[in-house]
Write a protein that binds this ligand. Sequence first.
Ligand code: NAD
Ligand code: DAU
Length: 336
Amino acid sequence: MRWLVTGGAGFIGSHFVRTALTEEWTDEVVVLDLLTYAGNLENLRPVERHAGFSFVRGDICDPDVVAKSLVDVDAVFHFAAESHVDRSIESAASFVRTNVVGTQIMLDAARTAKVKRFIHVSTDEVYGSLALDAAERFVETRPVQPTSPYAASKTASDHMVLAAERTHGLDAVVTRCSNNYGPYQFPEKFIPLFVSNAMEGKPLPLYGDGRHVRDWIHVDDHIRGLRLAWERGGSGEVYNLGGECERHNRDIALAIVRAVGADESLIQPVTDRLAHDRRYAIDPQKARAELGFEPGPPIEERMAEIVDWYRENRMWWQRIKAGEYRGYYERMYSGR
Ligand code: NAD
Ligand code: DAU
């Protein structure tokens, strides 16, 4: 079997590729990735010499590149996206281009290439925000109510996937996952940013009152859910994947400083994100019942392992933080 993985040089996509090849989920993986600021070939180094691995540097918005990458492909795992909410607030154009137009180009090409299954990797952010004291959690039938430009673009892409399934009979499954953590996560995101800043003795910028809630899932649990969606999911279905691990941001920040051995005073409140969603809470019951999906242990049990990875791979994140990222960090955080 040959799989095409878009965005396979990013955080979650590369975890999927490394695991799929080393655990022999498939014989061949073609990665299609533009290598934007978030893509990094170092993330694929453990499998770069694997006989079944190949890499195409290209844009999912380029129909020719996409068509060539899809030759003899059985399944597409579509990870490629602009993925950071703060960047989408700064400028939404690349989010619409890649997440919406790019997904539409992938869908058209997958249909032409007669791909057997298209797995669309989406997010719980499409559901919008819950109140801290709400009894409900996100279920797949909940109307979508995205707030950030990132979430709005992912919502549009979900609709395009489901429309292609319904209208043209493309076999497609949508998954909506909660907040991932794990190795190789780009240090603009909360956990790797806080872990790496704590290691450098720099402030940990906590947005607003720090009482926002996210549902944390290890990237390894997410990608196992994706494999199950490919294996057992129904075409045209949406599956929520989550860690059943809701935590306040402040509690995660405290767990990080403890695990790093840094001082709590590094945690500093800063101006809140615009339209910051208060709480995400995934109900993974459908995935559990229909796919056999089970979230792994809670984040506290994996915090030491996460911190160890970032400690042992300092070069990886220091190189990123020393590059283009520095300008972004200054724009985003100075005077906040
Ligand atoms: P990431 O930002 O780490 O990686 C994105 C990858 O896509 C990068 O390698 C980048 O180079 C590539 N890419 C971007 N634009 C491209 C284009 N036009 N053509 C080809 N490649 C392009 O993202 P991530 O955190 O690994 O997220 C992967 C997917 O999972 C995204 O679709 C995201 O919406 C979804 N998701 C993420 C999370 C999370 O917590 N990170 C949770 C749920 C869903
Ligand atoms: O829920 C799934 C989504 O999770 C994915 O679809 C997105 O791709 C991914 O980026 C993530 O979105 P969030 O906005 O929840 O993740 P982020 O890591 O940016 O922030 C997590 C929480 O931490 C959020 O409440 C904002 C807060 N935060 C974040 C940063 C970067 C801070 O307090 N300070 C920060 O500096």
